[in-house]
Ligand binder design. Structure first.
Ligand code: AR6
Length: 171
């Protein structure tokens, strides 16, 4: 794999040096809270309008829009599993990362930033979410030759450290 994989603390709505940011969306692709709220606030109402014809989406699915007021070219919207409800959880979470990268590759996108999908309001245990996310990105990247850089953007320092430690165990 030639692509770089990095884990930083930060805000997914402030990643000006990546082509696409990934949204931890809800099924209706509404603004909502958490990652979705931050991205929709920064993108402006045009993002909500662009999302409407694409909704609803199913757990594991990914769809793509323009990024409007965000400093990126695209937003890739993924619906993660609600932990304890949507099963099998690991497979559905893995499908989010795989489908997002496949969509990015099909659009010639070179750099993608992911949040910790499902690890907030959807209740996924953080360590399990980190393991599934990183392992899936590592196994999918060899099939995505256009993608040069993948960044995980974690909201707090502890989560960023968890992702760096987990990545070290997988490489
Ligand atoms: N930048 C980076 N990470 C963030 C940010 C941010 N601006 N905001 C939150 N996080 P969540 P989910 C972290 O709840 O679990 C929404 O209401 C957060 O600390 O955004 O997939 C939607 O509308 C957590 O670690 O996504 C859906 O209904 C992770 O990002 C639902 O929540 C994901 O938290 C989706 O739930």
């Amino acid at each position: 794999m030639n692509a770089s994989l990095e884990c930083f603390q930060g805000d997914i709505a402030h990643q000006p040096d990546v082509d696409a940011v990934v949204n931890a969306a809800n099924a209706r692709l509404h603004p909502g809270g958490g990652v979705a709220g931050a991205l929709h606030r920064a993108a402006g109402p045009e993002l909500d309008r662009a999302c409407r014809p694409l909704a609803p989406i199913r757990p594991g699915e990914a769809v793509i829009t323009e990024a409007f007021g965000l400093p990126n070219r695209h937003v890739i919207h993924c619906l993660g599993p609600v932990y304890g409800v949507d099963e099998p959880a690991d497979d559905l979470l893995a499908a989010c990362y795989r489908n997002a990268l496949t969509l990015a590759e099909a659009h010639g996108i070179a750099s993608v930033a992911f949040p910790a999908i499902s690890a907030g309001a959807f209740g996924y245990p953080p360590a399990d979410a980190a393991r599934v996310a990183l392992a899936t990105v590592l196994t999918t990247l060899p099939d995505c030759p256009h993608i040069e850089r993948v960044r995980f953007v974690l909201f707090d320092a502890e989560s960023a450290e968890l992702y760096r430690r987990t990545l070290a165990t997988l490489q």
